[in-house]
Structure formats: structure tokens, C-alpha cells
Design a binder for this molecule. Structure first.
Ligand SMILES: C[S@@+](CC[C@H](N)C(=O)[O-])C[C@H]1O[C@@H](n2cnc3c(N)ncnc32)[C@H](O)[C@@H]1O
Length: 201
């Protein structure tokens, strides 16, 4: 008799409990979905702004690729104790290779917040890597032994004067694809249908 009476009550309580948890789950799912959506939107805005800033700097982001970096660094005889500046260091592929494989002290300069952040994170555990959030025209290059860049002709023209004024005697510049307009390359090498120009100042 006792058992029979308690069964509907237990069933009722069980149903109430289930409804309660279902409600909690639905509410939380809505909040979680909302947070995910906000994160995606914020990331897209950040990515968009970063891309616009790269383009405002005049150059969209395109990675040189590891093989080209290695050939460029070999060409410039990059080694331990040398200081490398990468102008427009993108996502940091070059600066990581230069520090890990060539033991150089490295400074990446990047104008786009997203690429700056990515390269900052990639180089964060390496005391030989420094990444500066700046326009390349505002960074003094007097301590550079080697400069690497993959930019555009307009910037190469502006940089030519900067190199002449700031680089120490004997410093080397390697440029992928684009030449300095009024300086004769010291060496030219081809890799994967791309051209690397080496200049000696
Ligand atoms: C073609 S990508 C090359 C990236 C990297 N150096 C590589 O070779 O893989 C050019 C990079 O230069 C950056 N950049 C463009 N103008 C710049 C400026 N005025 N100052 C600093 N960085 C700039 C862009 O944001 C982009 O990441």
C-alpha cells in the first residue's frame, strides 16, 4: 500500500528534476553559444583590422616559406652572434628559424597587430627573439648585421635611403623578389622560381 502511494510522488519528483536540469542545460547552452559567437565576431574584427593595417602599410601578408628563409640566411652567412632584423616579420617563421637554426639574435618588426601577436607568442620562450610592434620606417637599424625583407617596390625605394644612412659598413640586406632601385646586388640566387637579392652596405 505504502509502495503504491509513493510511486506517483517519486515519478512526479523525477519529472520535476528532469525538467529543472533540462532548463539549466538550455539556458547554459544559449550562454555558451552566445559567448562563442562573440569570440568569433571579435576575432573576425581583429583579423579584418590587422589585414587592413598590413595593407595600409602597403604590403599584404604572404609567408616566404621555410626553404626560402634558410637559403636567404645561408646567403647572408647568418650565424651565432650576428644580429638579424626582419622588416615585416609576419607570423614569425623567419625569426624562429634564424634563432633556432642559426643561433642569431633576432628582431622582428611588424605593423599588423594580429601577425605581431602571433610572432610574439611564437618567440616568447626564446631570449634571442625580440618582436617590435612598429612601422619599419621608424626602427633604427644601426645594430643590424643582416636585414631580411619581403615587401614591395615602393617600400624598397624608401628603405634604400634608410639602409644607406643607418646600416653599419659591411651589413647585408637580403630581399625576396624586390630589388633596391639604385643599388647593385652583391649576389642573386634563385629558389623555387623566386629570386633572392643580396646587398652589401
Ligand atoms: C609579404 S609579408 C612577408 C612576411 C614575412 N617577412 C615573410 O617573408 O614570410 C609582408 C609583411 O610586412 C608587414 N608590413 C607591411 N608594411 C609594414 C610596415 N610599414 N611596417 C612593418 N611591417 C609591415 C605586413 O603586415 C606583412 O606581415
Amino acid at each position: 500500500m505504502m509502495f503504491r502511494m509513493s510511486t506517483p510522488i517519486i515519478l512526479h519528483l523525477r519529472r520535476k528534476c528532469q525538467n529543472f536540469w533540462q532548463e539549466v542545460y538550455n539556458k547554459n547552452m544559449n550562454i555558451i553559444l552566445f559567448i562563442i559567437l562573440v569570440i568569433i565576431i571579435l576575432f573576425l574584427i581583429f583579423f579584418g583590422i590587422s589585414t587592413l593595417i598590413s595593407l595600409y602599410g602597403g604590403v599584404p601578408f604572404v609567408d616566404s616559406g621555410s626553404d626560402i628563409f634558410r637559403q636567404a640566411f645561408k646567403m647572408a652567412n647568418l650565424r651565432q652572434g650576428k644580429v638579424l632584423y626582419e622588416l615585416g616579420s609576419g607570423i614569425g617563421t623567419g625569426i624562429v628559424i634564424a634563432s633556432r637554426e642559426y643561433k642569431a639574435r633576432v628582431c622582428g618588426v611588424e605593423i599588423s597587430p594580429l601577425y605581431y601577436l602571433i610572432s610574439k607568442i611564437r618567440g616568447s620562450s626564446d631570449k634571442n627573439i625580440n618582436v617590435i610592434y612598429s612601422d619599419i620606417m621608424k626602427v633604427n637599424l644601426h645594430s643590424a648585421d643582416v636585414v631580411y625583407c619581403y615587401l614591395i617596390p615602393k617600400l624598397m625605394k624608401a628603405l634604400e635611403q634608410k639602409f644607406k644612412h643607418e646600416l653599419k659598413s659591411g651589413a647585408l640586406v637580403v630581399s625576396l623578389a624586390f630589388q633596391l632601385p639604385n643599388t647593385k646586388p652583391y649576389k642573386i640566387e634563385k629558389i623555387k622560381n623566386r629570386t633572392l637579392y643580396l646587398y652589401k652596405f
